[in-house]
Ligand binder design. Sequence first.
Ligand code: FES
Length: 103
Amino acid sequence: MCAKADQHCHKREEHPEVFTIEVNGKNIVAHAGQTIAEAMLANGLKVFRRTRNGSPRGPYCGMGICYECRMIVNGIPNVRTCMTPATPGCKVLTQDESLMRVE
Ligand code: FES
């Protein structure tokens, strides 16, 4: 992952400063160096997941401890979006705990 293009590689042309990510089917603007959670909050999106009884939840700690910001990112559930850099074209879905099965 190259969230901080200047520090991780020198291919700046592959890491635009402003790009879009897809959240629940809608494109939102993200900036290089932002996490997915930062980009969502900057775009006014506050519901990151829903509990089993449907209650909306969003980021609480912002540092990877509480797991309240977990979402489905590129098909992978339970991704802590406050710890995950936004990358061009990534696809993010609200995680609905009522639809997830525990076996
Ligand atoms: S906001 Fe607490 S883990 Fe992401």
